[in-house]
Write a protein that binds this ligand. Sequence first.
Ligand code: HEM
Ligand code: NAG
Ligand code: NAG
Ligand code: NAG
Length: 487
Amino acid sequence: MDLIIYLFLSFSISLITFLLLRAAAAAHFRRRKIRLPPGTLGLPFIGETLQLISAYKTENPEPFIDDRIAKYGNIFTTHVFGEPTVFSTDPETNRFILQNEGRLFESSYPSSLQNLLGKHSLLLMRGSLHKRMHSLTMSFANSSILKDHLLADIDRLVRLNLDSWTGRVFLMEEAKKITFNLTVKQLMSLDPCEWTEKLMKEYMLVIEGFFTIPLPFFSSTYRKAIQARRKVAEALGLVVRERRKEREGEGGERLKNDMLEALFEGDGVEGDGFSDEEIVDFMLALLVAGYETTSTIMTLAVKFLTETPHALSLLKEEHEEIRLKKGKVESLLWEDYKSMPFTQCVVNETLRVGNIISGVFRRTMTDINIKGYTIPKGWKVFACFRAVHLDHEHFKDARTFDPWRWQSNAGSTSSPNVFTPFGGGPRRCPGYELARVELCVFLHHLVTRYSWVPAEPDKLVFFPTTRMQKRYPIIVQRRSLFDPCKE
Ligand code: HEM
Ligand SMILES: *[C@@H]1O[C@H](CO)[C@@H](O)[C@H](O)[C@H]1NC(C)=O
Ligand SMILES: *[C@@H]1O[C@H](CO)[C@@H](O)[C@H](O)[C@H]1NC(C)=O
Ligand SMILES: *[C@@H]1O[C@H](CO)[C@@H](O)[C@H](O)[C@H]1NC(C)=O
């Protein structure tokens, strides 16, 4: 009983405070003659969060944005996840936001996510350290490294995973295993083994913690995630210490070609090298950033292709041609990757329609005047890529999966700002090419080895992340043409 009274009291007090603050803020903006982007703030605290969440839990979340654009135009104010937030669905404004990272806007994550990411993660870094570490990450996954080092491992690990498929498989689960094993290999040259499997189990708990958005600190999933994070960090720490010892034994020689080595060679925050803790946080963040995203894009590509048989058969033709030239077992080479024009269209179209990252949050560092409005200092801004990618003004028949649109002058009708699945500016995804290569290699081995049908109807939803509700179960059948010995 006491608790209920307490909760009621604290709710009422917060409600009153909220209303007072809101009135004060409104008066303040009026006095300063600030013209906020139009919109509604909804209920106290929760604002329009529930409308957003319920829209994004369905297969068609577009009305949430469409309705507001129709009422207020393509920059509007709403109130989600505890704060007033300006949504931009305008490509020019999105570009302005991304390009001015660190000057007028800065990335912003809730503190619950910061605890899970670790304070030395690239996503949380700022200023010149961020710049240095961003380019270090780029140079670990740039095209020449991909070509000379990473592609061979990607090819090998994708096959190894596909070889174990029989009957009914959950595509999303398999894609996650593939991306996890790949990332561990790329970060620290470890092949899948019992140790990596144990690591993956703990790691999955950490990931779950990321998606307990509404009340993270009260949730047991979140507490478990924090514990699991500690275990994962300990396990990675062990590897880092071992490798450091080995390296010192060799007089600082470059032993392996992986991210860990690049970090050992890095200058560190103060120019005296990175500590083990910094390295662990950094690697953990890369594991987080590449894991859900890449495995989801693999799953969605297969889903969209399954629903568009004509595209699937064209894609198959392209890959069978490559396979026939190479014989059954040879690995894919960079030239092969570069000779998949239709697959590249499928990749772009999957990114465009799938919108795994529907946009990015930023916080204004100063008052921002844009398109006749002012966004006050300290406000949240959401650059919504999804709305641009699905806007008929920028893509004809924007809400249909149509890979062929990319065959004629890069698919879009106007400026280059309209297609930004990997963001842009100083925080543009450093894994953009890695993700593309992984997806292409995966599709190559999938379509040349298997045919499949969905095992049961499944639904694409967008909250808390873009995902297939049932993890996309499919029934696979080995194609004898390409693997007669295995039949
Ligand atoms: C289809 C797959 C992927 C998509 C759609 C994607 C998308 C994005 C986007 C939109 C951002 C920008 C975030 C922002 O501006 O705040 C980003 C950042 C980032 N991505 Fe990716 N990503 C993918 C795969 C990967 C992979 C494979 C890696 C592994 C290296 C990776 C590592 C990162 C990192 C470290 C950042 C933070 C960059 C920074 O804050 O400076 N991503 N990603
Ligand atoms: C890629 O990064 C490596 C260092 O890791 C660098 O030597 C090389 O020049 C970079 N290549 C490209 C194409 O940027
Ligand atoms: C990758 O990781 C998963 C999960 O830890 C494991 O079950 C699988 O055997 C590993 N290897 C491959 C090639 O997928
Ligand atoms: C895919 O999109 C990228 C921009 O992210 C573009 O550079 C590339 O040309 C597109 N590919 C095709 C086949 O249109």
